[in-house]
Design a protein around this ligand. Structure first.
Ligand SMILES: [Zn+2]
Length: 300
């Protein structure tokens, strides 16, 4: 395999790690932090908007889309019947003043100014088995195939009538490593931590946070026992390092359905759950999503 192809696939796959129905509740979406301009309201998880977070652009119509530089999201209908765009702020983005543009087809409806500040993402040192920092030759093909598979999974379209944004946490436990940490594996800097790690002993039950469709449920080189859920319209969540995956691809799950058992598979230094969120190709902080929609998060 040419070196460049290997490194491209290696980097793409490493990104997953380092940067992972009917009974919808009618719980209302809260709107604590607001930016208001014209007819659109932007809700953010904190008083400031940081790179790597998600924001909710509240709209009243369904044939619109929202844009932030090269990032975009279409308007969806949430579990409480409200309309809006769940817009990801890329981790690697230029900071400062930006325009969120709401469009109807190609026509600009309105432009709302926001300011993106730099998140406080510290350095973190981790010791793992060397084969996960510099993978041996014999696994390169596998890594390449899995990179391709993940790219396919994230292209899967699912357009439910309503998107269940009323998430619970996937495990009843504490956060041990936050999203966005600059990670040094065996003293080599790799990509930023793309999700939130929860303390979870091997065998701890991991649950679905909301209504979703199972798109992947298998063992992967870097993320070990992995489940990927499709919440609709380009919104995905990832559950990694499980000792056992129990979700069935193609099945719809509801909040509280069992996805698997926590473990220490793949590139880890010990057992935990890595929870990732991928919106339209951007790996964002799942806890910013929780603060935005469920400030009083109910644990599973
Ligand atoms: Zn993690």
């Amino acid at each position: 395999m040419p070196r460049s192809i290997f490194w491209n696939s290696f980097i793409a796959l490493a990104l997953l790690m380092t940067q992972s129905c009917s009974n919808l509740s009618t719980k209302k979406i809260s709107s604590e932090h607001k930016v208001l301009q014209g007819s659109y309201e932007i809700n953010s998880p904190d008083a400031k908007i940081y790179n790597g977070q998600v924001i909710w652009v509240r709209t009243s119509k369904d044939d619109l889309s929202c844009h932030l530089a090269a990032t975009s999201a279409q308007v969806i209908r949430a579990h409480d019947g409200s309309w809006g765009c769940l817009l990801p702020i890329p981790f690697r983005t230029t900071l400062g003043s930006k325009e969120v543009v709401v469009r109807r087809q190609e026509q600009v409806e309105e432009s709302v100014s926001i300011v993106i500040s730099e998140g406080d993402y510290p350095r973190e040192k981790i010791s793992v088995d060397g084969k996960y920092v510099e993978p041996p030759k014999k696994v390169l093909k596998r890594i390449q195939q899995e990179t391709k598979l993940l790219a396919e999974v994230y292209k899967k379209l699912w357009e439910p009538e309503q998107v269940d944004l009323n998430f619970r946490l996937p495990v009843n436990s504490d956060v041990t490593s936050k999203y966005g940490n600059r990670r040094f594996y065996n003293n080599i800097e790799k990509n930023f931590h793309s999700g939130t790690d929860f303390r979870a002993k091997t065998g701890t039950k991991i649950y679905s946070p909301a209504t979703a469709r199972v798109e992947l449920s298998q063992d992967l080189y870097f993320t070990g026992g992995t489940v990927i859920l499709n919440h609709g319209y380009g919104i995905f969540t990832v559950y990694a390092h499980m000792s056992k995956v129990l979700a069935e691809v193609g099945k719809t799950v509801g909040a509280g359905d069992l996805l698997g058992l926590a473990g220490a598979t793949g590139r880890v230094s010990g057992p935990h759950l890595h929870w990732g969120m991928n919106i339209n190709g951007e790996k964002v902080d799942p806890m910013s999503f929780m603060r935005l929609f469920n400030p009083n998060t109910k644990k599973n």
